[in-house]
Ligand binder design. Structure first.
Ligand code: UN1
Length: 512
């Protein structure tokens, strides 16, 4: 019945069968080829969106540049007020937007709502932040001198986001960028273009009510080429990109070529270490949610479980038993735990990984497979699988965006940490333990090398209040909470002399 009401959802969010995918606010245009948005839930077409041409891109840049002139001098708390109103609209539209996220991307309705909740949370965070863009005062070595640092807006921030969190990741970036005084241009994933237009339509209600100029929130649509226009464009001082390592390497390199700034939040290869005195129930729930939630398509999804040999069989049995209870199907039906993968390419990558792990000597203990028949017409529904594997296997070193979990054993604590850290990625990590010593060792400088390290919690489901991102091939960028806002601003160091002399720093004498 949720599906039957999808037309209402589209109407509420201002979406049509054919949509223009370029926008500077209430102005929508776009004359490039159309992209079809296709739901992995039932394989049906939801609507189409026109792509952005180069000429139209230039128009967006010109409008955004113009908008920045007024937006950057509006007092930050007033910009915060705009973000507050956006958070209010999101509360009002939480259900339809959550439903569209679920239908267009394929995650469960609960998770679709959760994603909109993340948007609301980051808006609240940004509103508070708008009064806390603090700089420092610094003691000068010279008499009657004052030093300070202050933070100014950067300009146009380009946001490139992935299909798996089609709306939340944009909001982490944009809500911060807006209160910081930046204007934003969003290139959403071409797999989820409709949710992006829905977010823009909601922003337009706020923009209109407040007489804001065009260009504060912009969207562009298309494939990697459209993203490349931004990465190569000096008019875009910062590009924040969330997605695959392959994409991030290209974005990072292109932006670096012009010495621009980038924030990269890329793939993970997240593991849970399960120690001898771990709570078995918590371990099971944390692992299974982490591995099969969002059908394994979170960058924080649990990919590996590193289990102490003394409890290996017990933990393995509990996880396998939990997998028996999983129901796979339409994610809008709340009785299902696992929805579809995003598309058939993702299904192929899943199948390839399962073949590869066996080829490399792994053993499947929960067999995978693609589901067929009634309810599975899209061809995107797969069974969550578990393999016993070794960390050095090529496929284990690689992030497969699908519900595949690798189990491995450890003997010593040092070995567990080495396995956890022994992958190219460094996003999220967790330990299940009741030993204070192990917990602290895991969080120490010699412990987890990831951007996120959790104790007695799984690897996924971070709150917005912390900085989100990771090390190594995860890209090093941080989005969302803590002081991640600083990356969206430029720092300026000021020295003011209120004396009638001009003493030089370092005691240097220069007499004329
Ligand atoms: C992502 O998968 O790109 O921590 C983001 C989590 C979510 C965000 C994931 N809050 O799982």
């Amino acid at each position: 019945s949720n599906i039957l009401h999808m037309q209402d959802v589209l109407n509420k969010l201002g979406l049509q069968a054919e949509n223009k995918g370029t926008s500077t606010g209430k102005n929508f245009f776009g004359s490039g080829d159309s992209i079809t948005s296709w739901s992995p839930v039932d394989g049906k077409t939801i609507g189409s969106v026109s792509t952005t041409t180069r000429e139209e891109y230039e128009k967006v840049i010109a409008t955004a540049k113009e908008a920045f002139q007024t937006w950057r001098v509006m007092p930050a708390p007033q910009r915060g007020e705009i973000v507050r109103q956006y958070g209010e609209i999101l509360r009002e539209y939480k259900e339809p937007l959550g439903k569209l996220v679920s239908y267009e991307m394929g995650k469960s309705y609960q998770e679709g709502l959760g994603e909109v909740q993340e948007m609301i949370d980051i808006c609240d965070f940004a509103v508070g932040l708008s009064r806390q863009l603090y700089g420092l005062t610094i003691k000068s070595e010279r008499p009657a001198h004052h030093m300070q640092e202050q933070w100014h807006p950067l300009g146009i921030v380009g946001i490139i986001s992935a299909f798996n969190f089609p709306v939340a990741v944009w909001s982490w970036n944009t809500a911060l960028a807006w209160v910081c005084g930046d204007v934003t241009i969003w290139k959403a994933s071409e797999k989820t273009p409709l949710t992006a237009i829905a977010c823009q339509n909601l922003f337009n209600k706020v923009a209109e009510a407040n007489n804001l100029p065009e260009g504060i929130s912009c969207i562009i649509t298309g494939d990697y080429k459209v993203g490349e226009w931004m990465t190569q464009d000096k008019n875009v001082p910062l590009v924040s990109a969330t997605g695959s390592i392959r994409m991030g390497k290209i974005v990072g390199t292109e932006v670096a070529k012009r010495l621009g700034k980038s924030i990269l939040e890329l793939g993970g290869n997240n593991s849970i270490i399960v120690t001898p005195d771990a709570d078995l129930r918590m371990t099971t729930i944390g692992t299974v949610f982490g591995a099969v939630g969002t059908a394994g398509q979170r960058c924080t999804s649990t990919r590996r479980v590193i289990i102490h040999e003394s409890i290996y069989d017990k933990v393995k049995d509990a996880i396998v038993k939990a997998y028996d209870q999983l129901s796979i199907g339409n994610p809008l039906d709340e009785k299902n735990h696992v929805g579809p993968l995003i598309d058939q390419d993702a299904v192929k990558a899943y199948q390839h990984a399962l073949e590869k792990v066996v080829e490399e000597g792994g053993k499947l203990i929960v067999e995978g497979g693609v589901l067929e028949g009634e309810g599975y017409e899209s061809g995107c529904y797969v069974k969550p699988a578990i393999a016993e594997a070794e960390n050095h296997f090529e496929i284990v070193q690689h992030e497969t965006f699908a519900p595949i979990l690798y189990l491995m054993k450890y003997k010593t604590f040092e070995e567990a940490i080495a396995l956890q850290n022994g992958v190219p990625q460094g996003l999220s990590s967790a330990i299940m333990t009741n030993s204070m010593r192990e917990a602290h060792q895991f969080l120490s400088a010699a412990g987890s090398d990831c951007g996120i390290a959790n104790v007695n919690i799984g690897t996924s489901g971070a709150e917005i209040g912390g900085a989100f991102g990771g090390e190594k091939e995860t890209g090093g960028g941080r989005e969302s909470g803590s002081d991640a806002w600083k990356a969206y601003m430029r720092r300026q160091t000021n020295t003011l002399n209120y004396s009638t002399d001009l003493p030089l720093a370092q005691g240097i004498k220069f007499d004329i």
